[in-house]
Design a protein. Structure first.
Length: 218
């Protein structure tokens, strides 16, 4: 599973565009993963929307994650679920989920990241890296140092989210993030596809530079 550019949907920030339209435009711009995030819709609505997004991401070769709701994720054949600290625990979700099902966990400390890995998480999301208005409950930013500390403490992918845009995406990758999750930086743009492509290009460029630095000189 590739997590380089991980786009989170939110209809309140998308200038009237639906979750499915956000997904379609984001994968056209190179998003590797789409997360359906909606705190207010009913279960039946989320399943219906999730199935639309599943068809879009499958056709594009992208991954599909549902925020919070394991029941919805399983019902719409998503690749996985993303769990916050107030949601079902990763350990319980792992017992319920089928083999190969992806479970991501939001973390805000090294200890919590280690616990998530021990409980079977496939990736952790450091949230928020910088202060953000896209998630009202996110709290203050943890900064780049926590990315470095968590990257050195776990063996699973580390995703960064919160206050990340074109101006600071490169330094987030340089700090050790395996991927960047974005909300407003992409979906609030008048041109979601272009915004996604710009972000994907920055991530790819900075990863290439990092790989070159690690390659021994003959």
């Amino acid at each position: 599973m590739k997590y380089d550019l991980y786009v989170v949907t939110d209809e309140t920030l998308s200038c009237g565009r639906s979750h499915a339209e956000i997904a379609r435009l984001a994968v056209a711009g190179g998003a590797d993963m789409v997360q359906l995030r909606d705190k207010v819709r009913s279960c039946s609505d989320l399943v219906r929307i999730g199935r639309e997004i599943r068809a879009i991401t499958r056709a594009a070769g992208a991954g599909f994650i549902v925020n919070d709701r394991l029941d919805v994720a399983l019902s719409c054949c998503a690749d996985g679920v993303h769990l916050g600290q107030g949601d079902m625990s990763c350990g319980v979700a792992r017992q319920i989920a089928p083999p190969g099902f992806v479970i991501g966990v939001s973390v805000g400390s090294v200890a919590v990241a280690r616990d998530a890995e021990r409980d079977g998480a496939d990736y952790v999301a450091v949230s928020p890296v910088f202060s953000t208005g896209s998630k009202y409950d996110a709290g203050p930013g943890h900064g780049l140092s926590l990315i470095r500390e968590i990257r050195a403490s776990v063996s699973i992918p580390v995703i960064a989210i919160g206050g990340i845009g074109l101006e600071n995406a490169g330094e987030v990758i340089d700090a050790g993030a395996d991927g960047i999750a974005v909300i407003s930086a992409v979906i609030a743009s008048p041109d979601i596809t272009r915004a996604a492509r710009q972000m994907a290009d920055i991530i790819a460029e900075r990863k290439a530079i990092g790989n070159n630095r690690r390659t021994p000189v003959p």
